[in-house]
Design a protein around this ligand. Structure first.
Ligand code: AR6
Length: 164
């Protein structure tokens, strides 16, 4: 099942929320900053033990002060015009996050719109990839998906594409 919510991902009481991190995994702005602020300093402590994360891959930590039990940190591609494997790397973020969720018996997982903020990925193309990747995965695996959307442009795109 796929749900669409407009709001702040740090408020969600789900098994896991996904963080749109950078390859250091040591925090930043946007949703990454919000997650670290809400989770508290222990999240950064655990992140320091992970030795970063390559683009398109995902790593998991506990949620600490968040209502969510886990945080899955993934690193989206920086948009460089579209000829640098951005689409495959973005799909891999969703796929690797979902695989990691299954491995940890996670039943509900919330995604932000990875790469569509500071990393500049065109929102329409990113939404297509996010929805397609997730739909493929849940056709074969039982998982509850929540797209948590912060801005109106993304919300309208997802509403149209999911035909809710
Ligand atoms: N809840 C849900 N979505 C949010 C929230 C929130 N609290 N805050 C922002 N968004 P961005 P990126 C949306 O820039 O493009 C960081 O500095 C936002 O509206 O957070 O993958 C990292 O450390 C946008 O649609 O992530 C990296 O250096 C989406 O989250 C870099 O930014 C992603 O925007 C990653 O860039």
């Amino acid at each position: 099942m796929i749900q669409l919510i407009k709001g702040d991902i740090t408020q969600l009481k789900v098994d896991a929320i996904v963080n749109a991190a950078n390859s250091s995994l040591l925090g930043g702005g946007g949703v990454d900053g919000a997650i670290h602020r809400a989770a508290g300093a222990h999240l950064l402590e655990e992140c320091r033990t992970l030795n970063g994360c390559p683009t398109g891959k995902a790593k998991i930590t506990k949620g600490y002060n968040l209502p969510a039990k886990y945080v899955i940190h993934t690193v989206g591609p920086v948009w460089q015009g579209g000829n640098n494997n951005e689409a495959e790397l973005l799909a891999n973020c969703y796929l690797n996050s979902l695989r990691l969720a299954l491995k940890h018996n996670i039943r509900s997982i919330a995604f932000p719109n990875i790469s569509t903020g500071a990393y500049g990925y065109p929102k329409d193309q990113a939404a297509e990839i996010a929805i397609r990747s997730v739909q493929n995965f849940i056709s074969q695996n039982k998982l509850e998906i929540i797209f948590v959307i912060f801005d109106s442009e993304n919300f309208h795109l997802y509403e149209q594409k999911l035909r809710l």
